[in-house]
Each structure stands twice: as C-alpha cells, then as structure tokens.
Design a binder for this molecule. Structure first.
Ligand code: NAD
Length: 363
C-alpha cells in the first residue's frame, strides 16, 4: 500500500457516510474572530484532510503554512489566497511571533519532528495542535509540554476519535453500563504498507512502526472505553518481512489488564488490510465498531439491537473547532499534551515488554 493508498484505505468508506452535520452545530454563536491556523508540514494529511476541513470550521481559518518546499508554498498560496507574509520554512518559524494572524500552529510533520516544530511554535507564542503520536519518546513529549507551559500556550493532540460521535457513543455505552459491565475489549488496526522508502519505515523519523502509527488508536480505544490506564502490558512482535521492516515493527500483539479487571487484546500491523475496529464484551452482551478508525463511515453494532451509525461532521473540523473554542473560552482541552505523553509512555511499555519477553507492570 502506497502512502496514497493508505489514505484511500482510511478514507474509502466516505461514500458510505451519512450526510455530514455542520461542525458549527456543536457550538453556539460564531466567535468574534476566527483563530488563524498555520499548517506545519504540507504532506498527505494536511493536503487531503486538514486544509479542506479548515474550510468547514466555525472557529478557525487557514492563516499560514510552514513548508520546506518552495513549489508547494506557491501552490498553496494560490489555492488558499495566502499572503507571502504568512509563508514560513521550518527555519523561519520564529518570525511567526510578529504575525498576529496566526494563533495556532498545527504540526503535521513526521513523528520525530513534532518536538522541533512545537518548540519553534511555542517560542513564537503560538498555541500548538500536534498530530499523533505526540512524539517518539516520553522525554521529548515532556519537553513539548514544558515549552507550551513556559510560553503560556495550549498544547493539544490530534486524537480525532475523541470527537467522533460513534466512538463516543461506545464510551457512553461503557460508562452508563447500558449492556452491563465491560469485561473484555478486542481492538485492531492495520494496513498493508506500500512504498518501502517512506519515513514511516525509518526509525529516526517514525520512532517505531505500526504500533506508533495505528496501534495508538487501539490504545486510545481501550483507555477511552475503560476510563482507566493499564496496570500491566504484555506484548509480542512478529516480522514476516525483515527487509522492509528492518528499522520498525511490522505486527505487534499486546494484552493489557486494567485496574478494574478489564482485559484488552490488541493488534497493530503494517502487513495486512482488514483490521479496523473494536468489540467490547460486557456482562450482558457486546458492542463495537467496524470500521472504528476511518475518517468517515465509522459504524457498528450492539447486542441489544440498534445499529450504531450516527451521522458525523468532518472529524478534523470538529477537533479544530473544539481546540479553538478551548482557547477562546479559556477551558481545558479533552486532548491535552499530557494525554499524548501518557500514550507514548504506554507505547514504550509495549516495546519494553517485547524486549524483555515478559509483562511489564505500570502500577
Ligand atoms: P506525509 O509524509 O504525507 O507528510 C509529511 C510532511 O512532512 C511532508 O510534507 C514532508 O515534506 C514534511 N517533512 C518535513 N521534514 C521532513 C523530513 N525530514 N522527512 C520527511 N518529511 C518531512 O505524512 P502524513 O501522512 O501527512 O503524516 C504526518 C503526521 O500526521 C504524522 O505524525 C502522522 O502520524 C500523522 N497522521 C495522522 C492521521 C490522523 O488520522 N490523525 C492520519 C495520517 C497521518
């Protein structure tokens, strides 16, 4: 699967999605001023998802770009009517301090560049919304949190499913014990990786493989559904292509036990398509989503009958509107840097368990 086909894979259910609601329906009055967002890294996600989503937001607007490619800068300026004064390179981001049009920098570069770009944005006095995973080590995540704290700006993580109605309906079913107590969770996400030269296969830029990229969604599911953090984690790794996955993990299977006794079984893979959902077994039945992790069309079942299929707004527009609303109304975000750090800590515990060949206690 090429980078392109990864995008198509995750987006392919768009045609099946119900008519999207306006993200703005979630919030009351329009703000006096839309917050300006600068997109840092103009790759696939920025081009195909985030920039179009910004056109649908109520609280934000595309106000700048950061890119190392002059041709892309010219193309984006023309397409989105951006002035030359709102175009930056990774080396000139400090000049954003003078640009009152930019309030938020959305960091969409490869995982191991998130810290570099976050630190530059924070030093320029900007709020930062950063793609997942927050970074590739706990220490680097902490530096990002500290930098935003020092700058007095907010740091949020692009956990779009924290704002997706079908995923959140499952959280409600769990919390309200609609089908009894949650007992066991199965969550899986993967795709067959294409282009062997891409940064996702380079440890230095990705930090890890399928686990860092898509396993993190399953980890989020298990923490969201339980409302808890794992007490221990046990993991194994399998490689069927040692050349392609020389630097990063191909397939990881892990088990977690939560303090209440809930257990979870998860798989992340770069070796196969077809894993894209979760199922929650409860004391009186089950519920779950498949797909659960796509940009559109997430839907599922519950054992007592009704389908889970709530029409949703663009997930990127919704998460950005919420982040801007947090800034405007000075409220805490649901997806703070600390949550990103927690998850990276858990990802590292999974790698640690693989290395040690035994379960790792997190208590
Ligand atoms: P991509 O490869 O399509 O884009 C990466 C961008 O970073 C490119 O514009 C590239 O030019 C730029 N870049 C800057 N310095 C670079 C360097 N040294 N090496 C390589 N590229 C460099 O990747 P993407 O799919 O857009 O992913 C970007 C980030 O977004 C990642 O952190 C990824 O995990 C995350 N992501 C999140 C979702 C989601 O659903 N939330 C989906 C896809 C990607």
């Amino acid at each position: 699967m090429t980078t392109n086909s990864r995008r198509q894979f995750i987006a392919k259910s768009a045609a099946l999605a119900a008519a999207p609601l306006l993200a703005s329906a979630v919030y009351g009055q329009a703000p006096a001023r839309k917050l300006g967002v600068a997109l840092c890294g103009l790759g696939s996600l920025s081009t195909n998802q985030i920039a179009p989503a910004l056109q649908k937001t109520r609280n934000c607007r595309l106000a700048g770009i950061v890119t190392g490619t002059p041709a892309k800068a010219a193309e984006w300026q023309k397409k989105y009517g951006l002035p030359a004064t709102s175009v930056y390179t990774y080396d000139t981001m400090h000049e954003m301090a003078k640009n009152k049009d930019i309030d938020i920098v959305y960091v969409v570069t490869p995982n191991a560049l998130h810290m570099r770009d976050t630190l530059a944005a924070a030093a320029a006095g900007k709020h930062v919304f950063c793609e997942k995973p927050l970074e590739i080590s706990v220490e680097r995540c902490q530096k990002m949190i500290d930098a935003c704290k020092k700058a007095g700006t907010m740091l949020g993580v692009g956990y779009r499913l924290q704002f997706e109605a079908n995923n959140q309906e499952c959280v409600r079913l769990a919390r309200e014990k609609v089908l009894g107590d949650v007992k066991v969770i199965d969550a899986n996400f993967g795709f067959a990786m294409g282009d062997p030269t891409q940064w996702r296969l380079k440890r230095e830029l990705a930090g890890g493989g399928s686990l860092m990229d898509v396993g993190i969604y399953c980890l989020q599911t298990t923490c969201m559904i339980t409302g808890e953090e794992p007490a221990w984690i046990s993991a194994v790794e399998t490689k069927t292509d040692a050349v392609k996955f020389k630097e990063v993990d191909e397939t990881i299977s892990w088990q977690t036990k939560f303090p209440s006794g809930i257990v979870a079984n998860c798989v992340s893979t770069y070796a196969a398509n077809g894993l894209m959902g979760f199922r929650v077994a409860t004391s009186r039945g089950f519920f779950g989503l498949e797909p659960a992790y796509f940009y559109n069309g997430n839907r599922g079942k519950r054992s007592d009958g009704p389908e889970i299929n709530i029409p949703v707004a663009d997930q990127f527009a919704t998460e950005l509107d919420d982040f801007a609303d947090c800034i405007i109304n000075k409220r805490a975000t649901k997806v703070p840097g600390e949550m990103g750090l927690r998850d990276v800590k858990l990802l590292m515990a999974i790698y640690d368990s693989i290395k040690k060949g035994r379960p790792v206690s997190l208590a």
